[in-house]
Design a protein around this ligand. Structure first.
Ligand code: PEP
Ligand code: MN
Length: 346
């Protein structure tokens, strides 16, 4: 249920509403807004009776049931976009945010060089895996803590924010010490122990869609993180597994538009894992801008031919710079659309 209070409702009216919600055995989950307070309540009970009772109380403007199983991430709960502030960037706001870098952190030189390249081309965050989820146990597994320290060094050198993957609930505190955004990989989208721990990590989380997961399952996973205390979740479409073999995964571009209807959370596209081929990355990136994604997560390697992981889908520095330049006119249109939307919302 969502209970919207009248503008400037006094505290005693808000408290009385909260008490009544608890009397009906619902739990207060969130109280948002300063001038206009919105109360979110969850649980199992007599919804109709509770709503009727609340609507009759002083200070209550509207009490409605949220029909979606994902409640706090739904557009019903919050009609306006959630903006997530990360160092020098706002994701879900008036700017299209690009996060770029190699698949894995490999060495100090590699990550520092990557950081310089992506920063000077206009990216706001540096990506790079220190903990790598690899299909084979014999493949490179990541530099782990050493990799996190190198990312920190790259952040200091460039001012970029850092996004890096965390694979286990045991490592959340450690990764949160270094990262500005914690990335949850496709293979962990439904690792519920991890999702619950992220609720308390105090950092924004970028949740990638599982390769066989539906859009609703992605939203339910986001709901886990939010329900456990962390409202700062960014969703990422990275392609799903289908019968198609020309691309590594099948990019479900429509999922971006669908998510924008269903949730207030920011949605970004990873064109690198979605295709597996660097030649296809610029076209999909344009599609991401056109469809209204909030940003991109792109792989770029200073020397893709030497990359220890995902070299084939990593852009070269020149290709990355060219792509960023070519995206500019599309991003200008994107900004105009965002501005129009913001004006309409007032
Ligand atoms: C990655 O970002 O390098 C990665 C492993 O992505 P995904 O979890 O989408 O496969
Ligand atoms: Mn990768």
């Amino acid at each position: 249920m969502i209970i919207s209070m009248r503008l400037h409702a006094p505290k005693h009216e808000i408290d009385a509403v909260c008490d009544r919600i608890r009397e009906f055995n619902y739990k207060i989950h969130a109280i948002e807004g300063e001038e206009r307070v919105v109360i979110g309540a969850v649980g199992v009970g007599d919804v109709t009776a509770c709503l009727e009772s609340l609507e009759a109380m002083p200070g209550v403007e509207k009490a409605v049931r949220i029909s979606a199983p994902y409640k706090f991430v739904s557009r019903e709960f919050r009609p306006t976009r959630t903006e997530i502030v990360v160092r020098n960037a706002v994701i879900g706001g008036p700017d299209f945010v690009v996060m770029a870098g190699p698949c894995s952190v490999e060495s100090e030189q590699q990550i520092l060089e990557s950081a310089e390249i992506v920063a000077s081309a206009g990216a706001k965050l540096l990506r790079g895996g220190a903990f790598k989820p690899r299909t084979s146990p014999y493949d490179f597994q990541g530099l782990e803590v050493e990799g996190l320290k190198l990312l920190d060094k790259a952040r200091r050198a460039t001012g970029l924010g850092i996004i890096t993957e965390v694979m286990s609930d045991r490592d959340v505190d450690l990764v949160a010490e270094y990262a500005d955004i914690l990335q949850i990989g496709a293979r962990n989208m439904q690792n519920f122990a991890l999702l619950k721990t992220l609720g308390k990590c105090g950092r924004p989380v970028l949740l990638k869609r599982g390769m066989s997961s539906t859009v609703r399952e992605l939203l339910m996973s986001a709901e886990y993180v939010v329900a456990h205390g962390n409202a700062q979740v960014i969703l990422c479409e990275r392609g799903i597994r289908t019968f198609e073999t020309v691309t590594r995964n099948t990019c479900d571009i429509a999922a971006v538009a669908a998510l924008n209807e269903l949730t207030h959370l920011p949605v970004i596209l990873d064109p690198s894992h979605a295709t597996g081929k660097r030649s296809l990355v610029p076209a999909l990136s344009r599609a991401a801008v056109a469809i209204g994604a909030d940003g991109l997560l792109v792989e770029m390697h200073p020397h893709p031919e030497k990359a220890v992981s995902d070299g084939a889908q990593s852009l070269t520095p020149d290709q990355f710079r060219a792509m960023m330049r070519d995206l500019e006119p599309y991003i200008d249109l994107w900004k105009r659309a965002r501005m129009t939307e913001a004006v309409a919302a007032v």
